[in-house]
Write a protein that binds this ligand. Structure first.
Ligand code: AMP
Length: 400
């Protein structure tokens, strides 16, 4: 697929409308950030009264497979984007047929939708990536395990997120059980990386090739779901520079116009194991995966940076100049998952009694365990102070 974004701003720059496919919290925060710039957001998804729809100028409820509905929606907007990557390819194709800029282009979605294509792209581009092998059968898995060794991680190639569709293999004898868990779906086998920490960069790229990266952040997970982001990551300037440079190379190679997040594994500094040294002899980072859109690890930018990741997305998608990605203050973001609703409504008054805790709720009515319902960001003089306040504020939601 060829890039589908035209190298020009949108045709109607006075009062642009962004059409976003998907209707979750990322679209909601895009719509909220776009509003002050005079940019409206229309949303398209199979659901009603969605997090995005509640704040968008227009909410269209139709199936992604309904090509007529997709075409009608696209005709009513000036530029098209996505707030999740698993949108069928024909959506971007229809938008391009209608002459609407698609940012990032369908070619970026195509790569990001499948872990094999994604990791193959990193390897072909010379970007440091976890050793991996394609798996389409038990025989492939056994072959992959003898090449990569155990421990390793087997993941479905498509439609996986937050650790879903993944199984760790500690010993080659577990191969058959692991393959059964894949349900005959194409999979990828990856070396298990003994990382020190997980870190990520969110960056934006404009139609003119302009590039602006937010600082590298550290992500802490609980049950494979992002729990806490610390911005900036407490790493050496060399590691921060390596991350930014890899992100830039990746976005240029993919010709991304829009916002993209790169998730990295930070390798231990002391390479006692030769195996770790071999993973990346030149640096300390391995790319785990990308998300071609704003990311949960960039939510802190709403309060903590000069321009938020959502405003950057609005600017990039409309072909406008990017804003400054400089950080204003150390920031910590904590997620609010549905688990906090187990005993009924969380105690919002208790949380809001923390004057620096900034609450973001996504407008989801059903709270299920593991579901992202909202987040809280705290900015402070130091990361430690921000972390302490953010954790205490979240804890207060279910205290007493
Ligand atoms: P993913 O869906 O690929 O981001 O994986 C979810 C989480 O599983 C990551 O954030 C890591 O904590 C862990 N993980 C995934 N792949 C690997 C790997 N190859 N080695 C070690 N940990 C991994």
């Amino acid at each position: 697929m060829s890039p589908t974004h035209a190298q020009s701003p949108i045709p109607n720059p006075q009062s642009p409308v962004i059409g976003v496919f998907g209707s979750g919290q990322l679209g909601r925060m895009l719509a909220l950030a776009a509003h002050p710039l005079g940019i409206r957001v229309h949303t398209f998804s199979p659901e009603r009264d969605t997090p995005t729809g509640q704040v968008a100028a227009r909410e269209i409820c139709a199936a992604y497979d309904d090509r007529d509905a997709v075409r009608a929606f696209v005709r009513g907007v000036d530029a098209v984007t996505f707030e999740f990557e698993n949108v069928p390819a024909h959506v971007a194709e229809i938008a391009a047929e209608e002459g609407k800029p698609v940012r990032p282009g369908g070619h970026v979605l195509h790569v990001a939708q499948n872990r094999l294509r994604e990791k193959g792209f990193f390897a072909d581009t010379g970007l440091p990536v976890t050793p991996f092998a394609p798996v389409h059968s038990l025989a492939d898995l056994e072959k992959g395990l003898s090449a990569i060794g155990a421990p390793a991680v087997l993941k479905t190639a498509a439609f996986g997120y937050d650790g879903k569709g993944q199984v760790k293999i500690d010993d080659p004898s577990q191969a058959e059980d692991a393959w059964l868990e894949m349900n005959s779906q194409p999979a990828i086998l990856e070396a298990f990386v003994p990382f020190e920490r997980e870190v990520s960069v969110v960056a934006a790229r404009g139609i003119d090739g302009g590039f602006a990266a937010f600082p590298l952040v550290e992500n802490r997970h609980a049950n494979h779901i992002l729990d806490v982001t610390l911005a900036p990551a407490q790493v050496s300037p060399e590691v921060a520079a390596e991350a930014e440079q890899l992100t830039r190379r990746l976005m240029e190679a993919l010709d991304v116009v829009g916002v993209l997040c790169v998730e990295f594994f930070l390798l231990p500094e002391v390479r006692l194991l030769s195996k770790v040294e071999l993973l990346n002899p030149e640096g300390r980072l391995l790319i785990n995966e990308i998300a071609p859109r704003p990311h949960n690890s960039g939510h802190w930018t709403i309060e903590g940076a000069v321009t938020s990741q959502f405003e950057q997305q609005a600017r990039a998608v409309c072909g406008l100049p990017l804003g400054s990605a400089a950080q204003i203050r150390p920031a910590v973001m904590v997620n609010l998952l549905g688990d906090l609703w187990t005993q009924g409504q969380p105690n919002w008054e208790a949380l809001l009694a923390y004057p620096t805790a900034k609450l973001h709720l996504y407008g989801k009515s059903a709270a299920r365990p593991g579901r992202k319902m909202g987040h809280v960001t705290v900015t402070a003089t130091t990361i430690d102070e921000a972390l302490e306040i953010a954790l205490a504020a979240r804890k207060s939601l279910v205290g007493q």
